[in-house]
Design a protein around this ligand. Structure first.
Ligand SMILES: NC(=O)c1ccc[n+]([C@@H]2O[C@H](COP(=O)([O-])OP(=O)(O)OC[C@H]3O[C@@H](n4cnc5c(N)ncnc54)[C@H](O)[C@@H]3O)[C@@H](O)[C@H]2O)c1
Length: 250
């Protein structure tokens, strides 16, 4: 992720990369070289580089185990931190299916609650953004499928049911050891809209960059039924099953 951030900031007109910290200075130098970035100081010490470059903010793309220490050090230095791992109308239930089977190794296989901590958190944040309200209750079950190569406490699979303000529900099911039919890294999203629409679509999050981010919705509601969709969602004409026809915004 560090290289993604280097590329993003390097090509941004609004931000400037003034320094790069990594426990491995070689890794930092190599990342800068691979991204074609020159003239950026590198250090293994965050405090040292803050003193030398006076940054306006810190992007923390370290491993999860280092998030707390790095973020705390930056906050105590008086700097804002962006750390990796961040109203739709009349929706009755929002649901996400997340199924992947990535080739992971090393510490990742031993991280406790790996699905919830590493991946599901993105889905939970996304649900809060989409519903524009806060959760008031949650029930969650983590589990370890028998074929999983993860450590016993890793829990690479989980189901969670959230109740949000106003009685809206969000159901999340995910697995990092899916045996097939994988979703994208963003998962597959559905919104069940009350009243006239019995079933309404699959929303796939294409990129994680609010506020420009808009889920794309594919409608499968019957001809003549009128979807009560949030104004920000693009959707098909009633009866159309082809996302290509999604040209109208209500
Ligand atoms: N948003 C996303 O879609 C997404 C995708 C992948 C990873 N991530 C997150 O990004 C973070 C980094 O993941 P990654 O796959 O790039 O990891 P990585 O292991 O490839 O890189 C992490 C780097 O952090 C360095 N590091 C570790 N501890 C440090 C410390 N205390 N101070 C400074 N540097 C330290 C390591 O030397 C390493 O170079 C994780 O939190 C991960 O969950 C987010």
């Amino acid at each position: 992720m560090g290289r993604d951030w280097i590329r993003l900031v390097h090509h941004s007109h609004e931000a400037e990369l003034v320094g790069l910290v990594d426990l491995s200075v070689n890794a930092a130098t190599g990342a800068l070289e691979r991204e074609g970035v020159t003239g950026v100081p590198v250090s293994a010490s965050l405090g040292e580089l803050i003193g030398a470059t006076s940054p306006d903010a810190i992007l923390n793309a370290t491993i999860p185990q280092a998030h707390h220490a790095v973020t705390t050090e930056a906050l105590f230095a008086g700097l804002p931190v962006l750390c990796e791992l961040a109203a739709i109308g009349e929706i009755g239930i929002l649901s996400t299916q997340f199924f992947k089977n990535p080739a992971l190794s090393g510490l990742r296989l031993e991280l406790n609650h790996v699905l919830l901590v590493e991946m599901a958190i993105h889905g939970f944040d996304c649900a809060r953004y989409l519903l524009d309200r806060e959760p008031v209750a949650v029930r969650c079950v983590e589990f370890q499928p028998s074929w999983s190569a993860f450590a016993p406490n890793a829990a690479p699979a989980a189901s969670a049911m959230f109740e949000f303000e106003g009685g809206v529900h969000f159901a999340y099911t995910g697995s990092l050891v899916s045996a097939g039919l994988e979703t994208t890294w963003y998962g597959e999203w559905r919104a069940r809209v009350v009243r006239s629409v019995p079933r309404c679509g699959t929303a796939r999050v294409r990129r994680w960059s609010p506020p420009r981010y808009r889920p794309r919705l594919t409608c499968h509601h019957p001809r003549r039924s009128r979807a009560r969709l949030p104004s920000s969602w693009r959707h098909c004409e009633p009866g159309s099953l082809r996302p290509a026809k999604c040209a109208r915004t209500r």
